[in-house]
Design a protein around this ligand. Structure first.
Ligand code: C2E
Ligand code: CA
Ligand code: CA
Length: 549
């Protein structure tokens, strides 16, 4: 055993049956940062803790092929990950063990990086779907053991495709990174926020005491996502929809919880406060994927219908226009409200033909009312996707001409956020539409971030104060202060105001005193079918004394 052992890569250590070190080659001396003289005769435990147990070693000598990983201790106290191969050598002096030791630091680092890639999202650095499932699984185990409740959220950005379409994927990526860091900034270290893919995120709150607590965190997250972002010198504003599922009430396993949070998220899409908690009876409601594919046939099968809700001039009490609101008479379900399918139409692109169908149907009906002597306008709702369609103005004009109607009879209701998604483009389209004589109305005003002064640059005629300010309005509360300020500012800018969600005569009077121009809401009428509205016009006429209604 006197011959020097040479190897370019491997450290070689020879120990005797008792584990005493006999020899170290140069690589081993460098690896361990010990000279042979320092360690000769000492137990291998010093260098590779846990390796040596005399009896076990000799009984279970590993053949050379069977390597395993260990950590070696260097003289300076640091450790290095190594791969150890061991074989037994029998010579005249007795039995010896040869340990081949290879530094695998690089491999370990690479593997860690690979493991990182497997469980983290490379774009945002957030945990990905796999890690989210894993943590969810852990929480379920802990929940079962300790009886501790927790909650998960599924968050989906609204109209995110518009960012990619308008600014490109590079900008889209950047936006996702910004939003990811906003989300993690709002959460505690013990919470998990993950990117499930695309524009979908998931959150795990490992301790959630109550539904209220979950809702509060959800509100906070939705709020930071809504804060404006500066993109290529323009302020854009995004929003998101969030579904909540609680353990154990809404599911006992990972799949059920995720499915239920997802279902709640679909409910939240289009709902007013953008968040929803899973409702167990939701499972029996129609499946979104199926609905999305069935929507295309809905038009062909005449399953879509329009209801019309009057907008009344507050001074004269006269019905001046009606808002067309779409419903879906699906063969298997009750009449479906637009809140349950408009977002699906937006996702699938079906919203474009739908928007044109609504306008064509509403304008044809409007032409009938006009022919019967009722000077009514018709309002239709346009989605952000409709607004992004370059051909929209010409298509609308064509279909108006096709049903012998006039552009001046058409009012287009567009939400603030639709305008703010791509203000430059919106400005162009809106000018074209207004140039044709159509009236433009800003819907759900007060729920977004755009300012009245910005809207002044648009060819807008009217703003619709969102029903969330009107529904519970009273002299005593803050809503009426906001409504008053909005009406005054709008008037100063030459815009008309409509209040939606007028549910009582008391609200009517308050609004009237504030100088609001028009009102819409259940107090006046729920949305009606064309036949019901025609009957109303024939029986009551377009003017009503609302005080004695
Ligand atoms: P929106 O444009 O804000 O329409 C007003 C909604 O408030 C309507 O719900 C209406 O029925 C409801 N509403 C009216 N008065 C009152 C009231 O006094 N109290 C309460 N609580 N609610 C009132 P609807 O018909 O379910 O429509 C929901 C939303 O669906 C609409 O909100 C609109 O954003 C969208 N939508 C409807 N039809 C279309 C369409 O043809 N195209 C597009 N893109 N969206 C549509
Ligand atoms: Ca509307
Ligand atoms: Ca509205």
């Amino acid at each position: 055993m006197k011959k020097a052992l040479k190897s370019r890569y491997d450290g070689i250590v020879i120990i005797n049956e008792q584990g005493a070190i006999e020899s170290l080659n140069a690589v081993a001396q460098t690896l361990f940062s010990y000279a042979l003289a320092d360690v000769k005769g000492r137990n291998i435990e010093l260098l590779i803790p846990g390796l040596y147990l005399t009896n076990e070693l000799s009984q279970s000598t590993r053949p050379l092929e069977n390597s395993y990983e260990a950590k070696i201790h260097r003289r300076d106290g640091t450790t290095i990950p190594v791969e150890v191969l061991m074989s037994e050598t029998i010579c005249d002096k007795g039995n010896f063990f040869v340990l081949l030791i290879r530094d695998v630091g690089e491999r370990v680092t690479k593997r860690a990086a690979l493991e990182y890639q497997v469980v983290y999202d490379s774009l945002t650095g957030l945990p990905n779907r796999i890690l989210f499932y894993d943590r969810l699984h852990q929480s379920i185990l802990t929940g079962k053991r300790l009886g501790s409740p927790f909650s998960i959220f599924i968050i989906d950005l609204d109209d995110f495709h518009a960012v990619n379409d308008n600014y490109g994927h590079y900008a889209g990526d950047w936006v996702l990174q910004q939003l990811a860091s906003r989300l993690s900034g709002e959460l505690r270290e013990s919470d998990t926020v993950a990117r499930l893919g695309g524009d979908e995120f998931a959150v795990l709150l490992p301790t959630t005491e109550s539904v209220e607590q979950a809702r509060q965190v959800a509100d906070k997250l939705l709020q930071v996502l809504r804060e404006p972002l500066e993109l290529e010198g323009q302020m854009i504003q995004l929003s998101a929809s969030l579904g909540i599922a609680l353990y154990p009430a809404h599911g006992q396993d990972a799949q059920a919880l995720i499915q239920h949070a997802d279902l709640a998220m679909s409910t939240a899409k289009g709902s007013h406060d953008s968040q929803a908690i899973y409702q167990p009876d939701q499972a029996r409601s129609p499946n979104n994927l199926k609905l999305k594919s069935e929507l295309h046939q809905a038009l062909e099968n005449n399953e879509l219908v329009l209801h019309y809700q009057p907008k009344v001039d507050m001074k004269s009490g006269r019905m001046v226009s009606v808002e067309a609101l779409v419903r879906w008479q699906h063969p298997n379900y009750d009449l479906m409200s637009p809140d349950s399918f408009i977002h699906l139409a937006e996702q699938s692109g079906f919203i474009r033909p739908l928007g044109l169908w609504v306008t064509r149907t509403a304008m044809a009906q409007c032409a009938k009312w006009r022919a019967a002597g009722y000077a009514l306008n018709v309002a239709v709702n346009l989605s952000v996707c409709n607004l992004q369609d370059e051909d929209l103005p010409d298509q609308l004009l064509d279909l108006i001409n096709g049903c012998s109607a006039k552009a001046e009879w058409l009012e287009l209701e567009i939400t603030e956020s639709a305008v703010m998604t791509d203000p430059q483009h919106a400005l162009k389209v809106l000018h074209q539409l207004s140039g044709f004589g159509m009236k433009l109305s800003i819907d759900d005003f007060g729920t977004g971030y755009s300012s009245l002064t910005y809207l002044k640059q648009l060819p807008v005629d009217e703003i619709k104060i969102d029903k969330s300010f009107i529904l519970n309005m009273s002299e005593e509360n803050e809503d009426s202060v906001i409504v008053r300020a909005t009406i005054d500012l709008a008037h100063n800018l030459g815009l008309k105001t409509v209040a939606e969600g007028v549910v009582s005569y008391k609200t009517w009077c308050l609004l009237s005193a504030l100088g609001c121009d028009s009102a819409q809401g259940y107090y006046i009428s729920r949305p009606l079918t064309a036949e019901q509205l025609t009957r109303w016009l024939e029986e009551t006429g377009p003017r009503v004394d609302w005080a004695h209604f």
